[in-house]
Design a protein around this ligand. Sequence first.
Ligand code: HEC
Length: 192
Amino acid sequence: MSSKKPSVKTGEKVLFGVVGVFILLAVIAYIILESVRLTSDTPMFENKTSFDFSEQGSIGSALFRESRCTSCHRALRNGTNMGLSLDGVGSERTYDWLYNFLKNPEQTYGASTLDHGAAPKEAAYVSRLPDDQLKAIAQFISELKAEQGSASAPVPPDGRSEFIDSMVKTWAPKEWKEKYSDVREKQPAQSE
Ligand code: HEC
């Protein structure tokens, strides 16, 4: 009895075997992925957000971090994923809108806000920052652009997608056709 080695049950062998196969496949897939990625000359994922800093925009970028915006926002790989990412917002909002929002959040938003606005809202301090700082920050944010097709772009990718068409057909109720218009049907030329 005591000399008997602990034996592995058949069920356990099968279980370990299955897990082993999964791990092996994951390792092989990873090696293939990495070797394709490292040898291909086109990037696997196109970067579709960009920024083009003016002098004022660079000052704003530093202020953005110093003014604790990054505790609720994300831009250019800085900040938190827990809040609203501002990458690409410059393709959606104008400089004026952004400046006005920072200064008078609720009036500009046209709806009640969560954090920007009057005290005791947590981002109430933002509208009280010195005006020259708010202008620089607004400039910085307005220079965060998104190309058509990026997740943060206001317009969907170019061309028709059969997949999206079939999803719309399956899931969108008939009434929506009258109530809403399809953004893909009135795609404006991508403005810079
Ligand atoms: C306490 C969290 C918090 C902080 C700090 C904060 N924000 Fe926000 N921000 C939000 C939330 C939440 C929204 C969505 C509007 C709302 O409900 O207040 C928002 C919305 C915005 C928008 C509008 C985006 C859009 O297109 O709708 C801009 C621009 C913005 N914030 C910039 C800033 C800047 C610049 C700072 C720093 C000076 C900052 N925020 C600090 C939470 C925060």
